[in-house]
Design a protein around this ligand. Structure first.
Ligand code: ATP
Ligand code: MG
Length: 339
C-alpha cells in the first residue's frame, strides 16, 4: 500500500440482514487532499465512513487509515482521526466554548491544554465572538463549524465529514467550505461525503461515486463534469408547438446537440459561453415571439452523473421508508433571465 494514501479501502463489504450496505466498495484517498464521496440517499456513504472510523466492523474486504488496518489497529486508527457525523453532535444548552471543552475532556486533554486548544479552535473556525453564547442561538452554519472544531480537538491527520452541509443555506454552506479548505491547508486529509456534485466540485480534488454500496466512478471533478457534458442551457415553453423553433435557436447558439424532453416541454443543450449564450437565446426567442415559461443555466447535478453512469436517475430507485428523509439537491437553476 502506498504511503501517499491516507485512506485506502478494497472490496469493503457490510451487510445488515439481507441488505448489502457495502458490496465491494473501493476507495483511495491521497494524503493532504479533500476527497469527495458522492452518492444518493442510502448509497452506503455513512456506512463507509463508520467502517473507516472504526465505529462498525466490516464483513469483508480490507481498509487502512493513516497506514493502519482498521480491523486490527482500531485503537491506533482512532487516535489519528476526527469524525463529524451526519447529525450535529453538539449540546444545545452549553455554549460553544463549553461544548469544545467537554470534547477536550472526552479525549483526555488536561484542563489547561483543553482550554488553550479550545481558544485556538474558536479562532480558527471564526467562533470567538459567539464562544460564550448558548449553541441554541447558533445558526446552522455556526453549529456545523462548531462540529468541525469538535472533531479537530486532537488535530487529527484524517478527518471524516459526513454530509457537513446538508440542510444548510448557501451562505452557511460557503462558511463550512472555507473552514474545510483551511484545514486542508494545514495538512489534514479530508474525506467528505455529499449528495451534491457542486460541493464535491468546489472542495475535492478527486471524487468517488458510490451507488448501492459499490464504487461506480472515481475521477477528478472535471472528469465527472465532462462525462455529463458540463453546464447546460435549458428552455421550457408553454406550448408544445413551439419546441421546434426553440430547438433551432438553441442549436444555433449552443455548441452541443440540443435534447428535447417532449413531456416536460423542455429543450436543453451544453454551453461553454454560459451567460452570452443564455442572453442570445433569450433575445432571439423573444424576437420570434416564442412564449417561454422558463429559461436558465443548469450546472450538472449528481442526478445527471447518475443518469450517465447507471442509466437511471437517483430518485428512480424506491426510497427506503425506514430511512430519515434528507433534503434533495438544492435548486440547480443558477441564473434566470426574463425572456
Ligand atoms: N444500522 C443499520 N441497520 C440496517 N440497515 C442499515 C443500517 N445502516 C445502514 N443501513 C442500510 O444500508 C444502506 C446504506 O446506508 P447508509 O446510511 O450508509 O447510506 P448513505 O449513503 O449514508 O445515505 P444518506 O445519504 O441517506 O445518509 C441503506 O439501505 C440503509 O438503509
Ligand atoms: Mg449518510
Amino acid at each position: 500500500m502506498s504511503e501517499k494514501h491516507a485512506v485506502r479501502a478494497e472490496g469493503l463489504e457490510k451487510r445488515y440482514g439481507d441488505k448489502r450496505a457495502l458490496d465491494g466498495f473501493d476507495l483511495a484517498v491521497r494524503e493532504g487532499t479533500v476527497h469527495g464521496l458522492l452518492g444518493p440517499n442510502g448509497a452506503g456513504k455513512t456506512t463507509a465512513v463508520r467502517i473507516l472510523s472504526t465505529l462498525v466492523r466490516l464483513d469483508g474486504g480490507r481498509a487502512e487509515v493513516a497506514g493502519l488496518d482498521v480491523a486490527r489497529r482500531a485503537r491506533d486508527v482512532r487516535a489519528r482521526i476526527g469524525l463529524t457525523g451526519q447529525y450535529a453532535a453538539v449540546d444545545e444548552v452549553l455554549t460553544g466554548r463549553q461544548n469544545l471543552e467537554m470534547f477536550g475532556r472526552l479525549f483526555h486533554l488536561g484542563g489547561r491544554r483543553a482550554r488553550a486548544r479550545v481558544v485556538e479552535l474558536l479562532e480558527r473556525f471564526d467562533l470567538t465572538d459567539a464562544a460564550d453564547l448558548g449553541v441554541g442561538k447558533y445558526s446552522g452554519g455556526m453549529r456545523r463549524r462548531l462540529d468541525l472544531a469538535a472533531s479537530m480537538i486532537l488535530a487529527p491527520s484524517v478527518l471524516f465529514l459526513d454530509e457537513p452541509t446538508t440542510g444548510l443555506d448557501p451562505r452557511s454552506r460557503g462558511e463550512v467550505w472555507e473552514s474545510v479548505r483551511a484545514l486542508v491547508a494545514d495538512g489534514t486529509t479530508v474525506l467528505l461525503t455529499t449528495q451534491y456534485l457542486e460541493e464535491a466540485d468546489r472542495l475535492a480534488s478527486r471524487i468517488t461515486v458510490i451507488d448501492q454500496g459499490r464504487t461506480i466512478a472515481d475521477d477528478t471533478p472535471d472528469g465527472l463534469k465532462n462525462l455529463v457534458g458540463g453546464d447546460r442551457i435549458e428552455v421550457v415553453v408553454a406550448d408544445r408547438a413551439e419546441l421546434p423553433s426553440v430547438v433551432k435557436t438553441v442549436a444555433r447558439v449552443c455548441e452541443g446537440e440540443p435534447e428535447t424532453d417532449e413531456e416536460g416541454l423542455r429543450v436543453h443543450a451544453p454551453v461553454t459561453d454560459r451567460v452570452p449564450a443564455l442572453t442570445e437565446v433569450a433575445r432571439t426567442l423573444q424576437d420570434e415571439g416564442v412564449a417561454v415559461e422558463d429559461i436558465g443555466l443548469r450546472r450538472p447535478s449528481l442526478d445527471d452523473v447518475f443518469l450517465r453512469l447507471t442509466g437511471h436517475r437517483t430518485s428512480a430507485r424506491a426510497a427506503d421508508p425506514s430511512e430519515p428523509s434528507e433534503p434533495t439537491e438544492p435548486a440547480e437553476k443558477e441564473e434566470v433571465v426574463a425572456a
